[in-house]
Design a protein around this ligand. Sequence first.
Ligand SMILES: O=C(O)c1ccc[n+]([C@@H]2O[C@H](COP(=O)([O-])O)[C@@H](O)[C@H]2O)c1
Ligand SMILES: Cc1cc2nc[nH]c2cc1C
Length: 360
Amino acid sequence: MNNFNATEGTMELLESALAKIQPLDEALLAQAQAKLDNKTKPQGSLGLLEDMARRYAAITGDLTPKIGRKVIFTFAGDHGIVEEGVSLFPKEVTPQMVLNFLRGGAGVNVLARHAGAEVRVVDVGVDYDFEPTEGLIINKIAKGTRNFAKGSAMTREEAVAAIEVGIALADRAKAEGIAMVGTGEMGIGNTSPSSAIIAAFAGCSVREVTHRGTGIGDQALEHKIKVIQAGLDLNRPNPEDPLDVLSKVGGLEIAGIAGLVLGAAANRIPVVVDGFISTAGALIACEMHPNVKEYIFAAHNSVEIGHQMMLQRIGAKPILDLQLRLGEGTGAALAMALIEAGVKVLNEMATFEEAGVASS
Ligand SMILES: O=C(O)c1ccc[n+]([C@@H]2O[C@H](COP(=O)([O-])O)[C@@H](O)[C@H]2O)c1
Ligand SMILES: Cc1cc2nc[nH]c2cc1C
């Protein structure tokens, strides 16, 4: 049923999340559409807002979904591949930006406030010892990945442990009554593992899915492509085994995001997936279970050229196209506000009968 080999060590949380994921209820989708069709508007005239509302209702199992709390989980991790010179910025920026998130000064903080969402920062693999701080969840699996141009980025056990951090956060969000979750990330160097992941699954050339990340120039981009290709040639990740891909060429924050997405699907929580790196995490989750994609809202179309191939593979249509390439969960925050608008249409618009408007 799912593309996941459960013959190894302890991975109870992952196994139980995968076992819980169900396809969306077709009857609920049809009932939600019927409810939308009775609203005072020509049928289908609210376009993609209707799609969002219909799917949100089917995910939650509620034809009048409650507008509740929204949380963006920003997973942070470092990357050994940075020593190959694949980013414009030094790795120290990862912890520096985590501290910026905690002070509320980063892009995701501003846009989450705009959308009425809370930001929770998750240290799943930063090479820095943070003091316990409000808003910071410390679940460090390792102090960064190893350089995948020289060997495996993680062990399988580390990858599973990081996935399970995300699943546990989704489980906790369900217990807290969180209505919708969003993904975000921070990790200098993390566009490289993201490109490697989509190249491994799609079997396309590295060049087709590799771009400028934080803003590298032409020469550095050529070098980045060579480094990622060398990492794939050395590690030979097996696209039939998503955990093999994740552990060999992925990242700890990417694993955490995969877990959050799996956990959200298992708990019937709508999950809004941010940009290129977040979608790499969502892709791992989708490759593990065929129904995960039904629970995902793709927030936006990133500037990173490999993003479209990821979205295509998942079968998701991005909500926004604002030329964003910041990550952190910024696109997820903006898209959450639109998804909520769709839900309000379903909940609050008058029907033809209520308003005394003639239907066709
Ligand atoms: O979300 C995106 O689509 C996105 C696209 C390009 C870069 N980023 C962010 O930039 C960082 C990775 O870029 P790089 O060049 O260090 O690989 C990382 O912290 C991401 O959050 C994010
Ligand atoms: C400043 C800065 C902020 C970021 N936010 C996400 N990735 C980032 C990368 C940099 C360099």
